[in-house]
Design a protein around this ligand. Structure first.
Ligand code: UDP
Length: 320
């Protein structure tokens, strides 16, 4: 059985769904602080990684072979204002999880890392050899965990694959799952909320970047393509240990996202052209060669119009 921490969250729930569809037995462990009860698709234990005794009981009670570890707080701005929250939850919580895994002889983990560990890009596209230099506490917690995984691999033979996501986006094709953050800070849901009138306007953060249209460029990867990568990672833990970037390799600007949303919905949102947001790099694009080579990963859902279409379907028919 596979333990999925944070399995009630955005990427976690889509991964659980895909693993279940492919015959894996999953057990979700989530404190439901940011996760959603309605996103729980498998056996579920409400719990917190900082409650080490309860976590240990889970490992004693269930026959856990591997762990996929999503559980983490992920608001960059909040991590700057309240780093304590992030170091305690993301870092200490993960140390507890790893302690309990080692104590119970479970030595395989797929970890949810991020391209934010690389910091300001020194070259594009970003491969796994890019220097690591996170610029906010959120990225630092993920990067510290990446270091811990490396050390635990050497000392305790912990097998790990740390997946570094670029911009997770979109929703499940069947409309069953999607992105629901409170507060919402991500571009695509905010554009769609401006389109359906839930918010008054979308603010474009900066129009003077050194990019073709002056707005920031990101690499948007559909959450269902991320889900398939997690299954592949679980299946390759015996033959690969290390870090793997997950993105499309194609950059899309903020303006292009808004244009696609207008094309798909037929509705123009109010757009305000604002200042740059602190901490934003102008371009973040992934080199995904390693994912293709090691995992045999294929990207099937990340065409930008498909991302917007599935996200729009979700936005209009949200279940949570
Ligand atoms: N962005 C924007 N307006 C918003 C939210 C985001 O212009 O209301 C831009 C942001 O500057 C970035 C891109 O959209 O270039 C993606 O931001 P998001 O917060 O979705 O993801 P991030 O790249 O920060 O992880």
């Amino acid at each position: 059985m596979i333990l999925i921490t944070g399995g009630a969250g955005y990427i976690g729930s889509h991964t659980v769904k895909y693993l279940l569809e492919n015959g894996y037995e999953c057990l979700i462990f989530d404190n439901l602080v940011y996760g959603h009860e309605k996103a729980i698709l498998a056996d579920f234990i409400k719990g917190d990684l900082n409650d080490k005794n309860s976590l240990d009981k889970v490992f004693k009670e269930y026959d856990i072979d591997m762990v996929v570890h999503f559980a983490a707080y992920a608001y960059v701005g909040e991590s700057v204002e309240n780093p304590q929250k992030y170091y305690n939850n993301n870092l200490v919580g993960t140390l507890n999880l790893l302690d309990v895994m080692i104590a119970n002889d479970v030595n395989k983990i797929v970890f949810s890392s991020t391209c934010a560990t690389y910091g300001e890009p020194q070259y594009i596209p970003i491969d796994e050899k890019h220097p690591v230099n996170p610029i906010n506490p959120y990225g630092k917690t993920k990067s510290m965990i990446d270091n811990i995984l490396e050390d635990y691999n050497v000392a305790y033979s912990l097998k790990y694959i740390s997946l570094k996501y670029f911009n997770a986006s979109g929703a499940s094709r069947d409309g069953f799952l999607g992105e629901s953050h409170n507060p919402e800070t991500h571009l695509i849901p905010l554009v769609l909320k401006a389109i359906n009138g839930e918010i008054d306007h979308i603010t474009v953060f900066g129009t003077d970047y050194d990019t073709p249209d002056g707005t920031c460029v990101r690499d948007y990867i559909h959450v269902e393509d991320l889900a398939t990568a997690h299954k592949l990672a679980l299946e390759h833990l015996d033959d690969f240990t290390g870090f793997i970037n997950l993105g499309t390799g194609t950059g899309v600007s903020v303006k292009e996202i808004i244009d696609s949303a207008i094309r798909i919905t037929g509705i123009e949102p109010n757009i305000v052209y604002g200042d740059r947001r602190a901490g934003d790099s102008s371009v973040l694009v992934c080199n995904n060669s390693l994912a293709k080579e090691v995992l045999g990963w294929e990207i099937n859902n990340s065409d930008i119009d498909n991302i917007i279409e599935t996200a729009w379907n979700w936005e209009q028919n949200k279940k949570f």
